[in-house]
Design a protein. Structure first.
Lengths: 328, 362
């Protein structure tokens, strides 16, 4: 058995080396390494935010597989909020708050309704699929696509020639912050207790219900930020398929990282890189003609399957995960 | 308890189930109505045109029954896994594979009628099963959560089948769709002015087969024990690997059949569009079907019709009241969420208890 720090070190250096090798190969076949890295950072943002959100959720004992639905609804309504407030930043904030509201409702249904959380998550995803299409038709009279005016799009900032979104930087910083929140703060202790041994938290006089709902709300908030980011700061518009399974890729990241935020950052980078590769291949002239477009689009999902299968089995999840808490 | 008591108990259980399903159906429609009012539509007009269209319009009822075919089958996919305590939400991708399978066998084989139909149907089911094996094996050997793998397989299936439809099996005259299935592999039409064909009998037959497997065979028993109490199942020597494998294989059969019948049993197209437009969405709606039917094959036959009615009527709602038909899927989502909340059942059960008590007093 390798010591944990050795494994961590090999994991990180392994990733860096493979990315460097791949970038070298990409340059040889005519793809631009710089633009791939720029896309990687865009693509990792919603994944990381949703995975961090779900990590908080699950530490508290709730499983929300409705991330996909939250990403979709906040991406669409984020555009709507930005248009009515004439500001991309307000759209982003309101989108995040909407995500928090959905997370809160999910928390209340799960905690007080003692619901089967997986089924609620499935229902949430189904609802959002139908709702966003209905909403887009009702508000914009357009089936499934909306390009908002340019002034509400949040442009990326340029740091020494490298274009990166401010929100990406914030979400990368959030990884150590969430790690600290979970492991070093009083709230984190309560949260972990709510997931591991809710009866002890109850005995200590802290409400399991409130802690879990707070976790679900923060989780929804982060996911909502990721959703609004996609439409307002990445694609500059929204289509009804915008979430494209990212909610489930985020679940895979959370599972593979074993609920450790810093690992979630590493895995988000890997998945973001896979997606950036797919995007680059499908756009670069001279390359895109050689490889069938539809097969390229499979890359992120295949990478997700492979990664989650390799890293499965090491993680340990909270004992009371997914179980409604009932007082004896 | 005597035979009469047992019968009474059964009747009570079934009526509670029906009441719950009907109750959440009403909840779903009410929230749908609230959404319509918020966005400035008239819900009464919308629902009137929905139900009128789905039931009374010429061919409307037959069309609703026809739409229930893929729904009841993808409902079975989710239900058989749910009975085993698993969440197979991969019906969507397995349907795509079944559909392309039907195109391949139906268009490129040359066999006499009936034999061709049977071979095509079986090949569609086979591809559905093949696609369900991936998540099953990853679950068995790597312990990977089936929710994640089935969704990933759905996305991979989407692009794989799109690729096959547009680049390999495309119609040279109409490149936006595949070649059409030969007349020898098509299910005969049952009702004029509708797409209802004899495919409905294949679907109903599979429902009955699933009922028999679940409640009359050893594997069905093991599946149900494992689903209700995995620990007890382990101590009584039931293999979890076997349960996972069988529930996914059966699920893949049902979804593959759904995809096949959408191609061979739904006039007038008999081909697969490159957008997958004529086969998509049924896998996810099937989850709602399974839950409303309480994961029971007979319940699923009924709930598939209810959901098909909404989806078919949704088109009329869109024409006549201007409400986009996708609202129906949001309503299904609400129904699913409502069904997940046990407090709702308890309310119904309490109501039944009070009524019974009152009857006894009288």
């Amino acid at each position: 058995m390798m010591k944990p720090w050795v494994r961590r070190f090999t994991g990180i250096t392994g990733t860096i080396i493979s990315v460097a090798v791949l970038l070298y190969i990409y340059e040889k076949i005519g793809l631009s390494p710089k633009s791939i890295l720029q896309t990687t950072f865009l693509a990792l943002t919603p994944l990381l935010l949703a995975a961090l959100g779900e990590t908080i959720n699950e530490k508290g004992g709730l499983v929300n597989i409705g991330l996909e639905g939250i990403l979709l609804m906040t991406a669409v309504l984020g555009v709507y909020f930005a248009e009515i407030t004439h500001s991309g930043w307000y759209g982003l904030i309101l989108g995040a708050l909407l995500g928090g509201l959905i997370g809160f409702i999910f928390g209340v249904i799960s905690v007080y309704g003692k619901a089967d959380q997986i089924i609620v998550g499935i229902g949430l995803n189904l609802f959002s699929l139908g709702f966003v299409q209905f909403f887009m038709m009702a508000v914009w009279a357009m089936p499934g696509i909306r390009i908002p005016p340019k002034e509400v799009i949040i442009p990326p900032t340029t740091i020494s020639g490298f274009r990166v979104s401010l929100i990406t930087i914030v979400s990368i910083l959030l990884a150590p912050i969430v790690h600290y929140l979970i492991n070093e703060t009083k709230f984190g202790l309560w949260l972990r207790a709510a997931g591991e041994a809710p009866e002890s938290l109850d005995a200590a006089g802290v409400s399991v219900e409130k802690i879990r709902i707070t976790g679900a709300t923060i989780g929804g908030l982060l996911t909502g930020l990721g959703g609004a980011f996609m439409s307002l700061a990445w694609f500059g518009g929204v289509v009804k398929e915008i979430s494209a399974g990212r909610g489930f890729i985020a679940l895979a990241i959370m599972v593979a990282s074993g609920l450790r935020p810093l690992y979630a950052l590493l895995f988000s980078f890997i998945f973001g890189f896979a997606e950036a590769t797919a995007i680059a291949i499908s756009l670069t002239p001279g390359v895109k003609e050689v490889v069938p477009y539809h097969l390229i689009l499979m890359i992120p999902y295949i990478v997700t399957l492979a990664t989650v299968s390799i890293f499965m089995g090491r993680a340990r999840f909270p004992k009371a995960l997914g179980l409604p808490y009932r007082r004896e | 308890m005597g035979l009469a008591g047992e019968l009474r108990e059964n009747v009570r259980r079934i009526s509670v189930s029906l009441l719950i399903s009907l109750g959440v159906f009403v909840i779903g429609l009410s929230i749908g109505a609230v959404l319509m009012v918020i966005f400035g539509y008239n819900p009464l007009k919308a629902y009137r045109s929905l139900f009128y269209g789905a039931l009374l319009e010429r061919g409307g009822l037959a069309e609703s029954i026809s739409l229930s075919i893929p729904l009841m089958l993808s409902g079975l996919t989710f239900a058989i896994s749910a009975k085993a305590g698993l969440f197979n939400i991969g019906a969507e991708g397995q349907i795509y594979l079944g559909a392309i399978g039907a195109v391949i066998a139906g268009a490129y084989l040359s066999l006499p009628f009936l034999l061709h139909l049977i071979v095509t149907t079986l090949f569609a089911m086979l591809l559905g099963v093949a696609w369900s094996l991936g998540p099953a094996l990853l679950k068995i050997y790597r312990g990977v959560n089936e929710v994640i793998t089935t969704i990933m397989f759905n996305w991979i299936a989407t692009y794989l089948v799109m690729y096959l439809a547009l680049n390999v099996f495309y119609d040279p005259q109409r490149a936006e769709r595949t070649v059409t299935v030969l007349p020898t592999a098509r299910y005969p039409q049952l009702v004029e002015y509708s797409s209802l064909t004899t495919a409905i009998f294949a679907a109903l037959l599979l429902c009955i087969v699933f009922y028999v497997i679940l409640f009359k065979t050893k594997i069905g028993y093991e599946l149900r024990v494992y689903g209700s109490n995995p620990d007890a199942a382990k101590y009584s020597g039931i293999s979890s690997k076997k349960v996972v494998l069988y529930s996914f294989i059966l699920g893949g059969m049902a979804a593959g059949l759904a995809g096949g019948l959408l191609i061979t049993g739904r006039p007038p197209t008999f081909a697969l569009y490159g957008t997958l437009g004529n086969v998509s969405g049924y896998g996810f709606d099937g989850i709602g079907v399974a839950l409303i039917g309480r994961n029971h094959p007979i319940g699923i036959m009924l709930s598939a019709f209810l959901i098909a009615l909404l989806r078919n009527g949704g088109r009329y709602m869109e024409f006549q009241a201007g409400v986009y038909s996708e609202l129906v899927r949001a309503i299904i989502g609400i129904i699913v969420i409502a069904l997940a909340i046990p407090e709702i059942y308890e309310m119904v059960a309490r109501y039944m208890r009070i009524r019974r008590a009152r009857r006894m007093v009288e």
